[in-house]
Structures are given as C-alpha cells and as structure tokens.
Design a protein around this ligand. Structure first.
Ligand code: GDP
Ligand code: PGA
Ligand code: MN
Length: 584
C-alpha cells in the first residue's frame, strides 16, 4: 500500500527538485478548491468574469495569441525505436527528448505553485478506465482538468490501490513558440509538455493520455483508444443503439453527439443520448460485442458556429458554469462568437472589435463544460461496463466525391474506409486551413505508434465469435456547384443514422456499389426537407472515374506505411480498385 503511494510521492519530489516551485498543492477536486482557484485567477487576470446575470459561473480566458491551437510540428512520440513512431508521428530519441525538455523545466516553477492533479479517465469504478497524474503550474489547467476528468480524491485512491498511473508533467513556461514541446514516452507511460497553455497541448488527460499514450497501451492490451464521439439513438419503440463516430477535429463530433432530432422525429418519439463528444475507449465484451466508455467527463468544444439553430443542446449546456477560451464578448459582457446573434464589442485578444482584424472570436475558441450540463447527457456515460456499439462511423470534410453515406461490406472494408479517411484541415491545429489531408480514423495527430501497426491492430478484432459493429462512412460537407453544402446537416443527420440502424437491424437492403453499400430508393427519409431530387442524387452519386483516382491515391498513401502495412489492407484496396475498373 504505502509503497504504491510512495511511487507517486517520489515522482512529485523529483519534479519539484527540477522545477523548484514555491509551494505544492495536491488537488482534491472539491468545489471549494475550484472556487478558490477561480477567485485567484480573477485576481491575476487569468480569468475574466463574464455577465453573471446571463451566464452564472462563466469565465473567459484569453490565451497568448501565439498559443491558440494544438501544435503538431512540436508534438513528438518518443519510442526507443524510431520505427515504432511511424511516418505519422514526429519522433525524437527518448534520451534526447528528456534532455531537451528537462532543460526547459529546470527552475521553471520558481516562485509559483505546483499543482498535483490525480485524475481518472473513465468512470471511477470502470475496468476500462485508466488513471493519470498531471503536474502543472497553471491554475487554468487545473480548473479545466476538474471539468474534463474525474479529478481528485477518488482518482488518487484508485491510483494508490493500483499503483499504476500515467505521469504528465506540464508547465506553461514562457509561452514562447521557440521553447515549446509536447513529448510522449509511451514505453515509460509519461508525457512532458512545455510552453503552451492551450487545451490539447496542456490538458494532458485528453489528447496526450487518452489518445496518444492510450492507443499504444490499447494495442498491447487488446482494446481501442479512438478519436470518436459516442451517441445513443433511441427509437420510438424505446430501443437504443449506440454509435461511435470518428471525425477529425472541428468536423462535427460535438454536434453529432448531442443532435436534436428534426421535428417529425421528435413527434414520433426519437431521443438522442450523449455519452461522449471526442474520445472513445472500446473493448470486446464476453458476448463478442465492442463495449465503449467515454474517458472524459466534460466537453472542450469549438465555440464558433455553435448556436441555437445548429446545436441548441451545446448552447444550453454552456449557459452556466463554463470556462470560455478566446471568445469575444458583447457590450454587456456576454460571451460571443461568429454564428451567434448580437454583435461583439471586444475581440478574443481584448481589443475593441474591428472586422479588419479578422473574426471577433478565434476560429478555434472553445468552451469547457461538464458533460452533465448537457440536456441529452446519458447516465450510461457512468456505466462501468460501457455501452455496446452497434455502428462505427468515419467521416471528414470532403467537398466532393464522398457520398453522404456508405456502408462497408465487412470489417476489413471498414478498416480500409477508416484508413482512407481524408479531410480538409481546420483551425483546430496551427497551419493552413482547407487543404485535403489523409487522416486515418481521424487519428493522424493522435495515434501514438506506427499507423501500419495500428491498421493491423484494427484488423485483429475480426476474430471467430466477434460480433463487430457495422462500419459506415459519412460526409456532411459535400458541396454543390454553387459552393454551398448539399446536405442540411446537424439535426437532419439523424436521418442518416436512422438508415444505419435500419441496416444494423436488417430492415433495409441498401444498394451494392463498388465503393460500398448506399441507401436504396426511398430508404433515406427526406420528407420535410427542402432538398430537390437532383441534390439528393448528387449526394449519393458514385463518380466512377473520380473514385478510380481516389483509390489510386489511397493506394499510394497506404504504400507510405510499408513494411508495417498489413497485406490484407493492401489487398482490400486492390479489391475495391478492381471493382471500380469492372464497373467502368
Ligand atoms: P468537433 O471538433 O469534431 O467536435 O466538431 P464540432 O461539432 O464542434 O463542429 C465543428 C464545426 O463544424 C462547427 O462550426 C459546426 O457548426 C460544424 N458542423 C458540425 N456538424 C455539421 C454538419 O452536419 N454540417 C455542417 N455543414 N457543419 C457542421
Ligand atoms: P479537438 O480537441 O481539436 O479534437 O476538438 C481539442 C484540442 O486538443 O485542440
Ligand atoms: Mn470536439
């Protein structure tokens, strides 16, 4: 017993010797602790109070303008053997990485408080959950971790019981992009992050632990750590199907996880249940099905575009007790972003709003809110055994070619669909926005090991006795000749989910095409939609020549993972390519 706690204490002392803080605070996760941190941050200006009449318990944080998104070029996965990182990661030798980043940590907390945050990713009593401890000098990180994870005494008790935990060390440092690294050491179960205070770079439970480190752990332990939302769809008969969906950052996970059914569906009694909006850990259960938990306890969602008409549930969730990062404010001090009614007075950098300076809210501005504040939050999010997954969905921003929805003919084809995923880049990471890049399973920035081995791991779930989910691919973002989205999206995406569930239940047949199974005539319910038949045709069109080129591009992309690329995946790509040639 004592020795397990000692391991934690030993590490904390080691870190304190390196960073030399003025004091150490062990976080208990209590309300009182959170309130005290908020008061302290209001005094130092780290938090700004928003209008407490309209938004009780809501605060604004303005991050350094050079620190507003994840930094993939400064993110490293440091396996002892470079081979294991794969072409999908930046790699540095562990010894070199430690030396580089420890030099930055040296004395970085002098005069400051060092916070020790024990946290649990997943329901505290779940066998699928995993614990970590983040050490940070940022009270903003502590406050966010309190919302995003099960943080404090209960997590610490589990750590003391189990003895194992992920070590995460973080300092905001000088916020100098030249002195910024996000380093992962999967073999050592540790993370070191320096020089950024922004979300995915600094809240180490999220992308760093729950995806990069966990994906690597999951490979050896036989489960999957994925960049997926989890949503329950309850039909009028009261049956609920759980769907897990992987879309790249800022491509609609949060929205789909809490969608509001269209009018007719609501009348008929359809309900939507939110389990998670970003991360999903799945493991085969005794019955052969995949069971999933959401390791997180909150949402770190994209603010711009969130409105009463697009995502009313998100808007309701964030009407109180929410931390906003890099949004604008109105004249009466309410949070504001593009997509909301009203006008901004002060932009995300604290300047009087001037359209000449660009958008009022940063395009990657965020809200941090407890999942329990969501009107559609499901108690099943606390279920220790997780929820059974009926369908896995892949998707991205594809202005052309990719149909609204297609179904993989089997697991192997589904893995190919996931591996082939592409999307236009977004503001969620620094760099150019709007260029197509391959983002297999939406894990390009998050897979903690070689993509080729990762594809093989996915394929390995196809075993005798397995009752795997059906796999689908969707595209809410296909555009017409006028440059506008062809599909209304948002709540109407339920129409597509209904078709998937009908396929799972074998109630509709679909139509086989070389690229997969598409909805047959009348199978997709579009009644009540202002969608002319030509638009629907365009959404479900299979452009054979375009797809031949796509398959060639996919083939070239897969080639970059040789020799780790599983032969079965290459054969699957060739099978689809041949089917397209035959249909030519
Ligand atoms: P996440 O980062 O994957 O969780 O993505 P979000 O759900 O936060 O959405 C990111 C952006 O995509 C927001 O601006 C949304 O308004 C927009 N979006 C989400 N779903 C849809 C959709 O079905 N259609 C369209 N056109 N935009 C969407
Ligand atoms: P997301 O995650 O971009 O996938 O929404 C938050 C972040 O790490 O930036
Ligand atoms: Mn999100």
């Amino acid at each position: 017993m004592a020795s397990k706690l000692e391991a934690l204490e030993h590490w904390v002392n080691e870190v304190a010797a390196l960073t030399r803080p003025a004091r150490i605070h062990w976080c208990d996760g209590s309300d009182a602790e959170y309130q005290a941190l908020v008061q302290q941050m209001l005094q130092t200006g780290t938090l700004i109070e928003l209008n407490q009449q309209t938004h009780p318990g809501c605060y604004l944080h303005r991050s350094n303008p050079s620190d507003v998104a994840r930094v993939e070029h400064l993110t490293f996965v440091c396996h002892p053997d470079e081979q294991d990182a794969g072409p999908n990661n930046h790699w540095m030798a562990p010894a070199e990485a430690h030396a580089k980043i420890d030099a930055l940590f040296d004395g970085c907390m002098v005069g400051r408080t060092m916070y020790v945050i024990p946290y649990c990713m997943g329901p505290i009593d779940s066998p699928l959950a995993r614990c970590g401890v983040e050490i940070t000098d940022s009270p903003y990180v502590v406050a966010n971790m309190r919302i995003m994870t099960r943080m404090g005494a209960a997590a610490q008790a589990r750590i003391e019981r189990e003895g194992t935990f992920i070590k995460g060390l973080h300092s905001t440092g000088e916020l100098d992009p030249e002195r910024r690294f996000i380093m992962h050491f999967p073999a050592e179960l540790s993370i070191k992050s320096y020089g950024s205070g922004y979300g995915g770079n600094a809240l180490l439970g999220k992308k760093c632990h729950a995806l990069r480190i966990a994906s690597h752990q999951a490979r050896s332990e036989g489960w999957l750590a994925e960049h997926m939302l989890i949503v329950g769809i309850e039909n009028p008969q009261g049956e609920t199907h759980y769907i897990a969906a992987a879309f790249p950052s800022a491509c609609g996970k949060t929205n789909l996880s809490m969608l509001i059914p269209p009018e007719g569906y609501l009348r008929d009694g359809w309900k939507v249940w939110t389990i998670g909006d970003d991360i999903c850990w799945m493991r085969p259960g005794a019955d052969g099905r995949l069971y999933a938990i959401n390791p997180e306890a909150g949402f770190f969602g994209v603010a711009p575009g969130t409105s009463g008409s697009t995502n009313h549930n998100a808007l309701t969730s964030i009407s109180h007790d929410t931390i906003f990062t890099n949004v604008a404010v109105t004249a009466d001090n309410q949070p504001w972003w593009e997509g909301l009614p009203g006008t901004p007075a002060i932009d995300w950098q604290g300047r009087p709003f001037d359209p000449a300076n660009g958008p009022a809210a940063h395009p990657n501005s965020r809200f941090t809110v407890s999942a329990k504040q969501c009107p559609t939050w499901s108690e099943m999010a606390e279920a220790a055994q997780g929820v059974p997954i009926s369908a896995i969905v892949f998707g991205g921003r594809r202005p052309s070619l990719l149909p609204l929805v297609m179904e993989a003919r089997d697991w192997t084809h589904g893995v190919l669909m996931g591996a082939a995923m592409g999307s236009e880049t977004t503001a969620a990471a620094t760099g150019t926005v709007g260029v197509l890049r391959r983002d297999s399973m939406a894990m390009k920035p998050f897979c903690g090991y070689h993509y080729g081995d990762y594809f093989a791991h996915w394929l390995s779930f196809d075993q005798p006795g397995a009752k795997l989910p059906k796999v689908f691919h969707v595209n809410w973002f296909r555009k017409g000749a006028n440059g506008k989205f062809l599909w209304p999206g948002f709540g109407d995406n339920l129409r597509v989910l209904e078709w998937m569930i009908n396929r799972v239940e074998d109630r509709v047949d679909g139509v086989e095409t070389p690229i997969g199974i598409l909805p047959g005539d009348g199978e997709l319910k579009v009644d009540g939609l202002r969608l002319d038949p030509a638009q629907l045709d365009a959404l479900l069109d299979v452009d054979n020549a375009g797809w031949q080129a796509e398959l060639a591009a996919i083939g070239e992309y897969l080639q970059t993972f040789v020799p780790h690329l599983p032969e079965r995946l290459r054969e699957e790509q060739q099978r689809v390519a041949r089917a397209l040639d035959a249909a030519d």
